[in-house]
Design a protein around this ligand. Structure first.
Ligand SMILES: NC(=O)c1ccc[n+]([C@@H]2O[C@H](COP(=O)([O-])OP(=O)(O)OC[C@H]3O[C@@H](n4cnc5c(N)ncnc54)[C@H](O)[C@@H]3O)[C@@H](O)[C@H]2O)c1
Length: 437
């Protein structure tokens, strides 16, 4: 089978590489010429474990190719996946301009029956907007070509995207007819041989499932952060509470870790977009509004703990920030809580020394020369008056506290992910603050 994927970012590239691994001929299209040139040379522009090997192997096998325009491959493909970005607009709604531009290009140039699948996260009704735009362009050309649409939201997690795509918990597909269903079933069957979990729904429900899933996960995080903040005030231990409630099988352990707030390219924008969709439909989404407001406060909490420790006197202090990516195993720093902390530190007059195992280049594009980029966690902590742990990369889990204590000006650790043993740190002579007591 021949397919095209439009948009070669975290989702599009992983989708393309994984389908090609299953024997599908995939053309990945992106308007970013630099990205496509790198990919043609076997260089993967993002950090995602296992992705580079897949890209190189399948490019060499002739099953995966990278191009900057869709038109030349249109006559050869049966299915087109749209995986371009849907960033937030000022008012919180999803910006559909990239998605609809792709639809327009398809309508202007298609020459055979196609299945057009939305993989980008888009509000309910978008697949039908795509359909209308393609139809409009076909009408302008006076063509009566047929095409189908489908919605196939993506659930991969950055940091384990290849693994998630290769063995998904489930695949969600919204279709309009049996033809679309059969084609999507054929494409996904190779990934589901051991565990056939593909749910076919109508298109509107598929579009909603993606937002509802992210909203539920974000709700768990904000809920636990709220409980943790209360634990601190009443003398309870949030970690004990987390274990206690997580062991209830109705609740479960995942996404219940108190921390410094959720970030990344999906949760913040998807929660905003769902709130906006609800408002547009005259329904206030009160739970999600609270989820968002708790998260906004939580992203400032590490800075506030530091500020309190130093009685609001941070000017001139040197602060180390460990971890920049919004979570481990990714170079993605979009909406990362670390950026909020760093911004507050700089405004308070601190000198900021940062280290992240993978996300330093991505950070440089945003932070420029405002911070000092260090070679490892010890270098970052040199002469520092506090270490703030933002991202729980494995290499931060067991540092030598003795070495750190000797090189820091003040032995103070603010643990934004609750990965350290507060008793051990206290014994070693550190001041320690975690989340939730
Ligand atoms: N990143 C994730 O973890 C994740 C997970 C699930 C769903 N999603 C959703 O998938 C979509 C893509 O996310 P992403 O993180 O891969 O985005 P991304 O920013 O990494 O990649 C998007 C790509 O689309 C390209 N593009 C934009 N307009 C184009 C056009 N007209 N033609 C061709 N290419 C074009 C951009 O150059 C970019 O390379 C979003 O809707 C996102 O919400 C993301």
């Amino acid at each position: 089978m021949n397919i095209a994927i439009i948009g070669t970012g975290y989702v599009g590239l992983v989708t393309g590489a994984c389908f090609s691994e299953m024997g599908v001929h995939v053309t990945c299209v992106d308007i970013d010429t630099e990205k496509i040139n790198q990919l043609k040379q076997g260089l993967v522009p993002i950090y995602e474990p296992g992705l580079e090997d897949l890209v190189r192997k399948n490019t060499a096998a002739g099953r995966l190719q990278f191009v900057t325009t869709l038109t030349p491959c249109l006559s050869a493909v049966e299915v087109i996946f749209i995986a371009v970005g849907t960033p937030p607009e000022e008012d919180g709604s999803a910006d559909l301009s990239h998605v609809l531009e792709v639809a327009r290009e398809i309508g202007r140039n298609m020459s055979r029956h196609l299945l057009v699948v939305t993989k980008s996260t888009v509000p309910v009704g978008t697949a039908h907007k795509i359909k209308a735009v393609i139809r409009e362009e076909l009408d302008k050309r006076g063509l009566d070509l047929t095409f189908d649409i489908a919605s196939n939201p993506e659930f991969l997690k950055e940091g384990s995207a290849v693994k998630d795509f290769m063995s998904p918990d489930r695949v969600i597909v919204g279709v309009e007819n049996e033809k679309g269903k059969d084609l999507m079933d054929k494409l996904y069957k190779p990934f589901l041989i051991n565990n056939y979990r593909i749910f076919f729904t109508d298109i509107a429900s598929a579009e909603m499932i993606k937002y509802a899933a992210n909203a539920m996960l974000a709700t768990r995080i904000s809920f636990m952060n709220d409980i943790a903040n209360l634990c601190e005030r009443v003398g309870a231990d949030a970690n004990a509470v987390r274990r206690g409630i997580g062991s209830d099988t109705r609740i479960g352990t995942k996404f219940l870790y108190p921390g410094c707030g959720y970030g990344g390219s999906c949760f913040p924008k998807d929660i905003k977009a769902l709130i906006k969709t609800a408002a547009d439909n005259g329904y206030p989404m009160s739970v999600l509004e609270a989820v968002e407001s708790v998260n906004e406060k939580q992203k400032k909490i590490l800075f506030e703990k530091l500020q309190k420790h130093y009685n609001n006197n941070l000017s001139g202090k040197t602060i180390a920030v460990w971890g920049l990516a919004f979570k481990p195993e990714t170079d993605d720093i979009r909406e990362a809580p670390s950026l909020v902390t760093i911004d507050l530190l700089l405004k308070a007059g601190c000198k900021v020394r940062v280290y992240d195992p993978i996300a330093m280049n991505a950070a440089k594009k945003i932070l420029g020369t405002q911070v000092c980029y260090c070679s490892d966690l010890y270098d970052a902590a040199l002469q520092a008056e506090a270490v703030i742990l933002q991202t729980e990369w494995k290499e931060f889990r067991l540092p030598s506290w003795d070495t750190l204590k000797r090189s820091m000006r003040t032995a103070l650790v603010i643990d934004g992910r609750n990965i350290y043993d507060k008793n051990e740190l206290k014994q070693k002579g550190f001041h320690y603050y975690g989340i939730g007591g």
